[in-house]
Design a protein around this ligand. Structure first.
Ligand SMILES: Cc1cc2nc3c(=O)[nH]c(=O)nc-3n(C[C@H](O)[C@H](O)[C@H](O)COP(=O)(O)OP(=O)(O)OC[C@H]3O[C@@H](n4cnc5c(N)ncnc54)[C@H](O)[C@@H]3O)c2cc1C
Length: 487
C-alpha cells in the first residue's frame, strides 16, 4: 500500500508488547513509518459528557508514548520476515490444517494433517489458530462466555491534518455510547482508524449506505448529544426498512437543525458546519474531539462480531496441546487488549518451553506446561472480566448509574493514581497485559484502587441517597478495576 493508504485491521500495541517484539528481534522488520504513537487519550461518557484524559506524561515511563498503533498486516509482515531469517524455522504457506487426530490410544501424540498431504507428529501442538480454534476443539477444551449483541464496524478514515495551533494527530478518542463505544485511533497526520461497536441491526444499515452518508454519521456520533444520535439511528433504520432512500443532504439538514436546538454554536468544534482543515486558530473546544472526517478509504468498511470467551483450560488433558491468543480468550476490543494478551501468552510460553528444555524435560508434558497456565490463565481472566464490566457499566442509560459513573469519571480525572489504573484497563497505558503480571503497573493500579475505594467510603459517610449512588458508582468502577489491580 502507498504511504497514505492503510488497512482497516489495526491494533494498539502496549509498550510491553513493543518491547517484547524488540527483544526477539522482530520489531526491526515492522515498517516504522506505518506505525503511529498514541501520546494521549480522551475518553468520555456518551450520555453525560463526563470526560477523562490520559497522557503518557501521567505514567512513570521512559517513553513519551502510551501505546503504538500498527496495521496488523505490518506486524504480520515483520514477524514473517523475522521468521524467514531463522534457519530452524520452517514456514508452510497457503496450507490449511485439515484434520487433527490422536496417534494410537490415550496420551498419543497429536497428528496434524495438512491440505498439502503432509502429516506432522507433534510433541507439542500450539493452538494459535484464533477464536474458532480447531486445535481447541480437537483437545476437547471447553470455553465459557457469551456473544455481545454488537458488532465492531471498522474503517480507515481520512481527515485534514491538525493545524500548527493544535497538537499532532497522536490522541486517541473514545466515546462510550449505550449502544457501544466508538474509537478514533490515529495512524498518520491525515489518516486514522475507527472501531465503532454498535447494535447488529445498525451495523448492517451503516455498511449498506453510501460512504458520504457514513462520514456524516461518524462525525455526528462523535459530536451530537446521545438523544439526537438515537434519532439519527432510527431515521437510518426506518429508511433501510422502508427502502425509502435517505439523502445525505436530508441527514445534514437534520443534524444542523439538531445542533441549533442543542445550542451548539457554529464556531464550536461540535458543529458540523465547521469546515474541515481550516488553518486559523481552532475553536477552544477542538482538543475534545477528533478532526472532522472528510472521507473513508475505499474498501475499508468491515464488521466483526464481538464475544467474551475464555477457555476453561489452556493445556489439553494429557498435555501435548497448549492454547495461546484468541484460541484461548477473546475480549471486547474497547480496551485494545486482545493481541497484547496473546503476545504476553507467547512470551510466557516461550519461557516455559525454554525452562523445560534446559532441565532436559519433555516440552509437551503437562508438568512442563503447567507454569504457563498458572502464569497466564488468571491474569487473562482479570483483564477479560474488567473489560466486560466496563462494557456493561457503559451500556446502561439508567439515570442514577449514568450520574454515578459520570461523577466517578470526573473524580478519577483528578486522582492521578486511579487514572493510571483506569488507563491500564482502558488499554491506553504503558501497562496492558504483562507476561508475568508483575511490575509497577499492577501495584499502581492497586494503590489507585485503595484511594478510589476510600473516595467511595467518604461519599458513603456523607450519607445522602445520591451521594451513596456516587459511592456505588465508584465502587462498581473500582470493582471492575480491581479485577486488574488486585494482586
Ligand atoms: C475490531 C477489532 C479491533 C481490535 N483492536 C485491538 C487492539 O487495538 N489491540 C489489541 O491488542 N487487540 C485488538 N483486537 C484483538 C486482536 O485483533 C486479536 O486478539 C488478535 O488478532 C488475535 O490474534 P491470534 O493470532 O490469536 O488469532 P487470529 O488473528 O484469529 O489468527 C488465527 C490464525 O489461525 C489461522 N487458522 C485458523 N484455522 C486454521 C486452519 N485450520 N489451518 C491453518 N490456519 C488456520 C487463521 O487463518 C489465522 O491466521 C481487536 C479485535 C477487533 C475485532
Amino acid at each position: 500500500m502507498d504511504a497514505n493508504t492503510f488497512s482497516n485491521r489495526v491494533s494498539s500495541l502496549t509498550n510491553d508488547s513493543c518491547q517484547f517484539l524488540k527483544d526477539i528481534g522482530a520489531w526491526n522488520y515492522v515498517e516504522q513509518r506505518r506505525t503511529c504513537p498514541i501520546e494521549e487519550m480522551q475518553v468520555w461518557d456518551g450520555i453525560s459528557g463526563a470526560r477523562i484524559n490520559f497522557s503518557a506524561a501521567d505514567l512513570p515511563l521512559q517513553t513519551t508514548e502510551m501505546s503504538r498503533m500498527t496495521e496488523n498486516l505490518n506486524l504480520q509482515r515483520g514477524l514473517l520476515k523475522h521468521l524467514s531469517r531463522i534457519p530452524e524455522v520452517q514456514l508452510l504457506d497457503n496450507v490449511r490444517v485439515t484434520a487433527i487426530e490422536k496417534e494410537g490410544e490415550a496420551n498419543g501424540w497429536p497428528l496434524v494433517r495438512l491440505s498439502n498431504g503432509q502429516t506432522f507428529r507433534t510433541r507439542l501442538l500450539v493452538g494459535a489458530d484464533g477464536p474458532n480454534s480447531p486445535v481447541r476443539t480437537f483437545a476437547g477444551i471447553t470455553t465459557h462466555g457469551w456473544a455481545y449483541d454488537t458488532h465492531a464496524v471498522v474503517a480507515t478514515l481520512s481527515h485534514a491534518p491538525r493545524t500548527p495551533f493544535q497538537p499532532p494527530n497522536t490522541t486517541a478518542y473514545q466515546r462510550f455510547l449505550p449502544t457501544g463505544p466508538i474509537a478514533f485511533l490515529p495512524l498518520s497526520p491525515t489518516e486514522s482508524s475507527m472501531v465503532w461497536s454498535t447494535k447488529t441491526a445498525l451495523v448492517a444499515a451503516l455498511k449498506s449506505v453510501d460512504p458520504s452518508m457514513l462520514v456524516t454519521f461518524i462525525n455526528a456520533v462523535f459530536r451530537l448529544p446521545e438523544v439526537s444520535i438515537r434519532y439519527l439511528h432510527d431515521l437510518l433504520l426506518s429508511s433501510v426498512a422502508s427502502r425509502k432512500a435517505l439523502t445525505v443532504d436530508e441527514v445534514r439538514e437534520e443534524i444542523l437543525w439538531r445542533e441549533r436546538s442543542h445550542n451548539i454554536s457554529a464556531t464550536s468544534a461540535y458543529s458540523s458546519a465547521l469546515s474541515a482543515g481550516e488553518v486559523g486558530i481552532p475553536p477552544e473546544d477542538s482538543e475534545f474531539l477528533p478532526p472532522l472526517i472528510t472521507s473513508i478509504q475505499p474498501g475499508t468498511v468491515a464488521s466483526f462480531p464481538l464475544r467474551y470467551s475464555h477457555a476453561d483450560a489452556y493445556i489439553g488433558d494429557g498435555g501435548r496441546i497448549v492454547l495461546v491468543g484468541d484460541a484461548a480468550h477473546t475480549v471486547h476490543p474497547l480496551a485494545g487488549q486482545g493481541l497484547n494478551a496473546g503476545l504476553a501468552d507467547v512470551q510466557v510460553l516461550a519461557r516455559t518451553i525454554e525452562t523445560a528444555l534446559l532441565q532436559g524435560g519433555d516440552i509437551g508434558s503437562r508438568t512442563a506446561l503447567l507454569p504457563y497456565t498458572r502464569a497466564r490463565w488468571f491474569e487473562n481472566h482479570k483483564i477479560l472480566s474488567a473489560v466486560d464490566k466496563l462494557h456493561k457499566l457503559y451500556s446502561t442509560t439508567f439515570p442514577p448509574v449514568v450520574w454515578a459513573r459520570s461523577v466517578g469519571l470526573e473524580v478519577i480525572n483528578e486522582l492521578d493514581t486511579i487514572k493510571v489504573a483506569l488507563m491500564i484497563t482502558a488499554g491506553g497505558g504503558g501497562g496492558g497485559p504483562r507476561a508475568d503480571g508483575s511490575g509497577w503497573r499492577w501495584d499502581v493500579a492497586a494503590k489507585g484502587l485503595e484511594n478510589f475505594n476510600s473516595t467511595a467510603d467518604t461519599a458513603k459517610v456523607v450519607g445522602s441517597g445520591l451521594v451513596n449512588v456516587v459511592g456505588i458508582g465508584l465502587q462498581r468502577l473500582g470493582n471492575a478495576l480491581s479485577q486488574v489491580g488486585r494482586r
